[in-house]
Design a binder for this molecule. Structure first.
Ligand code: ADP
Ligand code: MG
Length: 366
């Protein structure tokens, strides 16, 4: 029996989404194979080992995994031992785990920081490692690597606060001349459409940049594509496989935070996406190329824009810890490809153990 630590919550804008994904994961981990330890990370970043996983109701997100704040825990740097150890600072009692399943999204969770901690703690964990998580999180760096790998991306410009303050008018003139309206503005490092805005004129562009700058010191301004939104689930380590494609049909002006989580009728998922076999093959191949270019492992969801009229596609972004509720796109796409939700969890844990084994066999000194 493997002891699996499910990490959830987190110090990010996607805290509540994570509680919801985590509820699905703990309910679907096969009890004959795994003993589950739920480890909630509260909004300040403190870890709380739960006595047992408990599913409770949430006003916006349906069923979520409860996060009780209890005690004060330390993560032990386990040296050469295979297990990560969580130690209760008050009682001194400890829990050892074989593998960690981070079911968390966004800042300090999906961006390589948590993965760095898990590397130092010497424990296998699900999903991309430090570089894959970090580059996948930064939309500017990811786009540069995708462009280098020959994966089409939408033209963009990165804007920083000091330039913005010093030469706002020049920046505004340049992006309007280069891309025209409408434009999309977004923080380089965020998720769930937090801080994302659509600008149709100069005033709304300035407002959108100032808004996005509240969330990050690097902001992307990019050409708006009149598009369908197509997503592909990729699974594997160095020989990853792509799922069938899915389409997100947003019933708002774009796939905003409200459309994603607040409005129950905000968006529809269509699986498989209604695209020709040839186009589907091309997008799936681009998803695998993107996955490799961005140093991913375990899993990622690669999101595309398919331009209406031309059928040209562009990779928009990659999510290394995608939403994982039973109705989320990533597990749904695998289900449609022939891998059930519990079997997907098994495979992700296997991939984590395989990668750990391979890494552990490497020398760190001559
Ligand atoms: N260049 C663009 N053209 C058209 N729609 C866009 C563009 N950029 C973002 N969007 C819309 O905004 C949504 C959120 O942007 P995205 O870059 O995916 O950020 P997040 O990481 O927050 O999901 C997209 O799903 C899409 O609906
Ligand atoms: Mg997105």
């Amino acid at each position: 029996m493997l002891s699996v630590g499910v990490l959830y919550g987190g110090k990010s804008g996607e805290h509540d989404v994570s509680l919801c994904s985590a509820a699905s994961v703990v309910m679907n981990l096969n009890p004959a194979k795994y003993s589950v330890v739920a480890i909630g990370i509260d909004r300040t970043g403190s870890w709380h080992v739960q006595d047992r996983p408990e599913i409770v109701a949430h006003p916006d997100f349906g069923k979520v995994l409860a996060l009780h704040k209890k005690g004060s825990w330390l993560v032990n740097h386990a040296g050469t031992s295979r297990k990560i150890e969580l130690i209760d600072r008050e009682s001194g009692s400890s829990i050892a785990l074989d593998v960690i399943f981070p079911v968390v999204h966004g800042t300090y969770c999906e961006d390589g920081t948590l993965q760095g901690l898990l590397e130092l703690a010497n424990v296998p964990y699900v999903g991309a490692d430090v570089p894959g998580s970090a580059v996948g999180m930064d939309k500017d760096i990811a786009k540069r690597l995708l462009r280098d790998a020959g994966v089409p991306v939408v033209a963009w410009k990165a804007v920083f606060p000091e330039e913005w303050r010093a030469e706002k008018d020049v920046i505004v003139e340049n992006v309007i001349a280069e891309f025209g309206f409408p434009l999309f503005v977004k923080p380089a490092n965020a998720g769930s459409s937090v801080g994302v805005g659509k600008a149709k004129d100069r005033a709304s562009l300035e407002e959108a940049v100032e808004c996005a700058m509240q969330f990050d010191v690097k902001v992307l301004v990019e050409k708006a594509v009149d598009c369908r939104e197509i997503e592909c689930a990729v699974l594997g380590n160095r020989t990853p496989k792509a799922s069938v494609l899915g389409e997100i049909i947003a019933h708002h002006e774009f796939y905003s935070y409200e459309a994603k989580y607040i409005d129950p009728a905000g968006a529809t998922l269509k699986i498989p996406a209604d695209v020709s076999e040839q186009l589907s093959d091309e997008i799936r191949a681009a998803a695998v190329r993107a996955y490799k270019a961005l140093c991913c492992a375990g899993m990622a969801r690669v999101d595309f824009f398919l331009e209406k009229g031309t059928n040209r596609f562009f990779a928009n972004e990659i999510n290394t810890l995608p939403g994982f509720t039973t109705i989320s796109m990533y597990p749904k796409l695998w289900e449609a490809t022939g891998l059930s939700y519990p079997a997907l969890l098994d495979r992700l844990i296997e991939l984590a153990l395989e990668r750990y084994k391979e890494k552990s066999s490497l020398k760190t000194i001559l």
